[in-house]
Design a protein around this ligand. Structure first.
Ligand SMILES: [Zn+2]
Length: 236
């Protein structure tokens, strides 16, 4: 899955950025709030955010996913519903470009391809969340969660979540996540966990491990990684 930026013609993407204003956030700041009117979209330029949906009494919430540079935020409310369906929170310093609702709607009218990209990515994301694996071996679910949360970045990427949050995504306990992460680290498939983040040095290697199971070793982010360059089939 490509980012919004990668899916658009660079000139068209540049035009969209020029229609907005730059905004910056610090760790913990909310970029958008569940239930508010969707008065803008944002294009993430740098940093990472967590997307959550409050549940029931508002004390608990569901983790819907994470987003990084090049991705679009808040388009659902602008396209269809009017109200924000989730809360978006900065996981570190974030730089974004904010485009007002009406301006973005005009842009999509004038650029039908962008509109198509926008709705397609939204559909893929919704489908992925709804079909995420909640059965099967817990360790497989953790690996799958890391793959989904590290997408669409193919290169070194930090999943901006704690191990508890990663567990929430696929409904497994913290202990299972810790055990799985420890094994993956030993195999060079994830990096050292930071404060609320877990680096995935090479997504193709992690995918290969998910496909072929234990015993697959990762490249630890090597630029010349054969799996990244040539695919996994001939390197089993
Ligand atoms: Zn690799």
């Amino acid at each position: 899955m490509d980012t919004f930026e990668d899916s658009l013609d660079p000139e068209e993407f540049g035009r969209l950025l020029r229609l907005g204003t730059e905004v910056s956030y610090r760790r913990g700041n909310q970029l958008m709030r569940h239930g508010e009117r969707g008065d803008c979209v944002m294009v993430l330029r740098s940093g990472q955010v967590r997307v959550v949906k409050p549940e029931g009494d508002g004390q608990s919430w569901k983790l819907l996913g994470v987003r990084g540079a090049g991705e679009l935020l808040g388009e659902r409310a602008v396209l269809w519903f009017g109200e924000r369906t989730a809360t978006v929170e900065a996981r570190g310093p974030v730089l974004a470009v904010k485009v007002a609702r009406g301006v973005f709607q005009d842009f999509l009218r004038e650029h039908p391809r962008s509109r198509e990209v926008c709705t397609r990515l939204l559909a893929i994301r919704t489908d992925r969340y709804e079909s995420r694996s909640l059965s099967g071996k817990p360790a497989d679910r953790v690996r799958q969660a890391l793959i989904e949360l590290a997408e669409p970045r193919g290169a070194w990427w930090e999943v901006p979540l704690t191990q508890v949050e990663i567990g929430m995504y696929v409904q497994v306990s913290k202990a299972v996540v810790q055990r799985t992460v420890r094994k993956l680290r030993g195999a060079g498939l994830v990096g050292k966990a930071g404060r609320g983040s877990l680096p995935v040095p090479c997504l193709p290697c992690l995918r290969k491990a998910q496909k072929y199971g234990q015993g697959v070793r990762g490249c630890r982010g090597d630029r010349g990684c054969a799996v990244r360059l040539h695919g996994d089939s001939e390197y089993r």
